[in-house]
Design a protein around this ligand. Structure first.
Ligand code: GLU
Length: 515
């Protein structure tokens, strides 16, 4: 029988969830949903020294905002494999049980070395010009462990309560092969693999042991994680083998790095591209550092997710915009790149712009309201009609990336200009053009229906009558209405402002600019 598809997102609560972490969660989610499987949130909190308060809640809230919710795990309802926090799972004794099994079969051993002794070992190896000093099949022979000490000595040390760790006994010069869905076959010689600590002296498992035990117990079918875990994958393969559980090993997928915009190195949370690195605002209590989030910057979760999906994955077509359901349908690991994906801040904004344009004006108007409330008097705000608000959104969204830009880009829809773009005036204001503005004001006064089409026809006819090219006065006319030289479609704007307001503004402009 085919194994049920079950993927886990297994972050450590050591800080805010970086966008790279969200991408790992996203790809796991997409694959799980595509195969009608499960998506699980497991909290890997075995490193107590790196635990950060609030990080777990942050992870949960981020996944919710992104709309990629696990159907099992911490914060999302207990499934059949509760608890889902490793610190709680430790209490069940499962990690110790597996470690003991490895000792019993001769594939793990106990080591008593102090940190000073480990330091001294490293210095010795460095002095002997060993390229990558590590605790391994050679160096362990000179250390204090159950392989070098007599059984009696080991017992004595244990009885005396001497701190010890449990290490994996990696064989010398053996080929380790494993398959990665993204990278294909990977072959590593065991000489390059160190004797990883499996259980620490505080009784806590390390990541290496804990994630394997949990992936086995939780019946995980695919383990998706960052490329930084690729070097330790050979140790993991050995652990599965020595446990006699190679058949339970999930298929591995190591995602490519997300690179800085210039391709120079890994994107970091301190990147200065001006685009957030975290899904939500994040404040690190320990360091006092604050990071602004995608949500608070005004990104739509759909745009954020779409952008993330394209970082390292491509559909094999030119399609760039995907709903979550479309991503689920299109996603495969085969189309994830092996090489790093360059983060593009401009493209990230572009995604939001596309979603902004697709949003119904009614929804945008709701998002715009708080900004208007802040900038307008109460009586002014309360007079605004839904029709007018939605009309403004429809026009200003064409030139914006975020709703937060609507005010800057369209405040003249609410407040008539009192100053006028000096450059345009200097270039375009003269006796003839001023005459035209007067003429067109009069012509507008006589219109019964004040639509974009009608006002445009009138505008052009008046220009012709005045013997002036319509193109020559277009921008001047716009400046008279809005104060600024650029903006949305001109006659749409005229229609929305309405006859009375347009006539009033033109008259004011004529008087003001004249002086
Ligand atoms: N706790 C690990 C991390 O945060 C998880 C890696 C994995 O998914 O196996 O990177």
């Amino acid at each position: 029988m085919e194994k049920r598809v079950r993927l886990r997102f297994a972050p450590s609560p050591t800080g805010g969830l970086h966008m790279g972490g969200v991408r790992t969660a996203l790809f796991s989610y997409l694959f799980a949903k595509k195969h009608k499987g499960d998506f699980i949130l497991r909290i890997e909190d075995t490193d107590q020294t790196r635990y950060v308060k609030g990080a777990e809640e942050y992870i949960i809230e981020s996944l919710k905002w992104c709309g990629i919710e696990p159907n099992e795990g911490v914060g999302f309802g207990d499934g059949p494999h509760a608890p889902y926090r490793q610190s709680e799972r430790k209490e069940l004794g499962i990690y110790k049980k597996y470690a003991d099994q490895l000792i019993a079969s001769g594939h793990a051993y106990v080591a008593f070395d102090t940190s000073e002794e480990l330091d001294a070992m490293r210095k010795r190896l460095e002095a002997a010009k060993v390229v990558a000093p590590q605790y391994n099949s050679v160096s362990r022979q000179n250390m204090r462990n159950s392989l070098t000490l007599s059984e009696d000595d080991v017992k004595k040390l244990m009885d005396a309560g001497t701190p010890y760790v449990i290490r994996l006994k990696v064989p010398r010069n053996e080929e380790i092969r494993f398959h990665d869905i993204i990278r294909g076959w990977v072959v590593v010689n065991s000489t390059q693999v160190d004797d990883k600590v499996l259980l620490k002296s505080d009784g806590m498992p390390t990541y290496h042991l804990a994630h394997i035990v949990d992936d086995i117990e939780m019946e995980i079918s695919h383990a998706v994680r960052g490329e930084e875990w690729l070097p330790s994958a050979p140790s993991h393969v050995l652990i599965y083998r020595y446990l006699g559980m190679e058949d339970k090993m999930p298929l591995l997928a190591h995602l490519p790095l997300i690179l800085k915009p210039d391709g120079n190195g890994k994107l970091s949370k301190r990147d200065k591209s001006g685009i957030p690195m975290f899904p939500l605002d994040w404040y690190d209590e320990r360091t006092g550092e604050k990071y602004v989030g995608y949500r608070e910057t005004g990104f739509f979760p759909e745009a954020f997710i779409n952008m993330l999906a394209m970082l390292g994955w491509n559909p094999g077509t030119t399609q760039e915009l995907f709903t979550l359901d479309e991503l689920i349908a299109a996603f495969t690991f085969e189309r994830v790149n092996k090489s790093g994906a360059k983060f593009d801040p401009e493209k990230t904004k572009w995604f939001n712009q596309q979603y902004l344009r697709m949003k119904p004006d009614a929804e945008l108007a709701e998002l715009f309201k708080p900004v208007l409330k802040e900038n307008l008097s109460e009586s002014h705000y309360s007079q605004l009609s839904t029709h007018y608000l939605q009309g403004v959104c429809k026009l200003v969204k064409e030139k914006a990336h975020f709703v937060s830009e609507f005010w800057e880009g369209g405040k003249y829809f609410f407040i008539a200009p009192t100053t006028f773009d000096a450059d345009v005036i200097k270039k375009r204001w003269n006796e003839q053009s001023a005459g035209f503005i007067k003429e067109v004001t009069e012509a507008f006064k006589n219109l019964n229906t004040f639509t974009a089409a009608e006002t445009e026809v009138t505008f052009k006819a008046t220009a012709e009558k005045s013997g002036i090219g319509a193109g020559q006065v277009m921008q001047l006319f716009r400046v008279c209405l809005s104060g600024v030289g650029g903006g949305p479609m001109l006659f749409e704007m005229v229609e929305l402002l309405g006859k009375e307001e347009v006539v009033k503004r033109l008259a004011f402009a004529i008087e003001t600019i004249k002086n």
